[in-house]
Design a protein around this ligand. Structure first.
Ligand SMILES: [Zn+2]
Length: 270
């Protein structure tokens, strides 16, 4: 899910480019920790579908991702390498064909041991606002934080069933990378934007119709909520059930393949 915030936009990255490049080069000169590789292999089903070359790129990206974020343990969780590596491996899968810089605006990752409760104000039928508690598995905040339930992160990462909390929340962050949570991430040019608008609006309409008629399909109907949820749900299906998505929604699959610069349906066939 997505949390919208008022405020004056993203905090600026004040670290100069050259300083960042030097820090990154130093970090990547170190060998990749063998214990991390073991943890990823154990926890990430999608990692096991990657080629050696892709794994190498993912290792580099996730080390930068981990080093450049604040990691906050909440609700009694102990922040371990396993937590960081499992989250980072999946977040960086989304940007494997592009660059991990797409997450520069994401500063903080907060992790709870399991689903957590958030007070929400809701109006009841009589219009009276009541305070209730809602349980959540994860949230992406507009100003650069992601909140996750570790139990759900791990459970989703270990199986490919179309649900993946980390892919979902970080797809929201890619969406918000251009400053707006509207289901459209930063795209190359006007041509790409026009294609995105055409394909996504048709696919979103189709999912809304399916949700209304309670039809079956590869996309979770939670994506019928709004455009940003649609993109997050489509990203989950693209990585977790690529062959089903390609067969059922070929135009959507092709659009996401070109955006992510990855072809997971072919990857799984290998
Ligand atoms: Zn969402």
């Amino acid at each position: 899910m997505l949390v919208r915030e008022d405020g004056n936009g993203y905090r600026e990255d004040r670290v100069f480019g050259w300083l960042k490049a030097r820090r990154r080069a130093k970090l990547l000169a170190e060998p990749f920790p063998e214990t991390w590789r073991t943890l990823i292999e154990k926890n990430s089903a999608l990692y096991r579908t990657l080629s050696q070359e892709e794994r190498g790129r993912l290792h580099d990206a996730l080390r930068l991702f981990i080093a450049e974020r604040d990691w906050e343990a909440c609700g009694g969780l102990e922040m371990t390498d396993e937590v960081k590596v499992t989250v980072a491996a999946q977040a960086c899968l989304l940007t494997l064909g592009r660059t991990v810089d797409a997450y520069d605006h994401v500063r903080t990752v907060l992790v709870y041991p399991e689903a957590y409760y958030v007070p929400v104000e809701e109006a009841d039928e009589a219009g009276v606002v009541v305070e209730e508690e809602e349980d959540r598995e994860g949230e992406a905040w507009e100003q650069g934080s992601v909140v996750l339930s570790w139990a759900d992160v791990k459970g989703d990462a270990r199986r490919c069933d179309g649900r993946n909390l980390v892919l979902h929340e970080f797809a929201h962050q890619l969406d918000m990378g251009d400053g707006a949570a509207n289901g459209t991430p930063r795209l190359e040019d006007a041509g790409a934007e026009a294609r995105w608008a055409r394909v996504m609006s048709a696919e979103f309409a189709a999912l809304r119709e399916r949700a209304r008629t309670r039809g079956r399909g590869v996309l979770d109907t939670y994506g019928a909520e709004d455009e940003s949820e649609f993109f997050a749900v489509a990203a989950e299906a693209f990585f977790e059930r690529p062959r089903d998505l390609r067969r059922q929604r070929p135009e959507l699959y092709d659009l996401l393949r070109d955006y992510f610069r990855q072809d997971p349906a072919e990857r799984i066939r290998r």
